[in-house]
Design a protein around this ligand. Structure first.
Ligand code: CDP
Length: 236
């Protein structure tokens, strides 16, 4: 049964599942705002690395979570392949968020309940604007449980690692290898889904979409077919 266009769309899923690609395309197609919440946890992790706060220093990380100024902004004509721009205390850190050292620590930094409470507070404030697509691990379960549409985007770990490898090569990182990326994806999935506080999992009412072996266009067609008043062209 097609549904009216939902005002708020929650998209969750494991590392490199394609949820960000799908979320950004969906937001563009609907003329909605989009927030990739992973970028907030990544920016906080980068802030900790820069200020020499160790990832196991919970009190230090919590303090930083309250102090740091984070902004995720839509593209404004940049042509360097970024999907959005992230500002940390006013500085553009978009590319640094993808450093392997950030991948290594972000799951631990994201475990602390007080860190999550502060990030969720900021994410809900964004969600209140309406016309929003929000992407993460706990959006449908914790951040926006009232979202009218919840998607849980998955793919096999092998395919996700392969996609991330292609992304990295496209960004000029030729020294990454498939086995290392696969190990990081599997390690983060395990950490994110087994943590005590808001673990990664599909909401009971989420539509699960397995993107293994499917193109972005096929996945987008499946999602757009859910709606009955589909905009004929992109609004933004
Ligand atoms: O792009 P990728 O799927 O590799 O990761 P991401 O979405 O940028 O998220 C990076 C990390 O942030 C995840 O592995 C989680 O540890 C954490 N995260 C979270 O705990 N809750 C969210 N809502 C989003 C991300």
């Amino acid at each position: 049964m097609p549904m009216p266009l939902p005002d708020t769309i929650a998209i969750d899923g494991p590392a490199a599942s394609g949820k960000t690609t799908v979320g950004l395309l969906l937001a563009r197609r609907l003329g909605y705002l989009c927030l990739d919440t992973g970028s907030m946890y990544r920016a906080l992790t980068l802030a900790a690395i820069r200020r020499h706060v160790r990832p196991d220093d919970e009190a230090g990380i919590v303090r930083l979570a309250h102090e740091c100024d984070l902004d995720v902004m839509p593209l404004a004509g940049e042509t360097d392949g970024r999907l959005y721009t992230v500002l940390l205390d006013g500085e553009d850190v978009t590319w640094e968020l993808r450093l392997p050292v950030v991948d290594a620590y972000v799951s631990q930094v994201s475990t602390y309940p007080e860190v999550r409470a502060e990030m969720v507070r900021r994410q809900r404030a964004f969600g209140r604007r309406g016309g929003v697509v929000m992407i993460g691990r706990d959006i449908g379960t914790v951040v926006l449980p009232e979202a009218a549409l919840k998607l849980y985007v998955t793919a096999s770990a092998e395919e996700r690692a392969q996609r991330r490898l292609v992304d990295r090569r496209r960004q000029g990182h030729y020294d990454d290898d498939y086995e290392t990326i696969l190990a990081d994806v599997v390690r983060r999935d395990h950490h994110d889904s087994s943590r005590q506080h808001s673990p990664m999992r599909p909401a009971a009412d989420a539509l699960q979409i397995d993107t293994t072996g499917r193109t972005v266009e096929e996945v987008m067609d499946q999602i757009m077919a859910l709606f009955n008043g589909i905009p004929s062209q992109e609004r933004a």
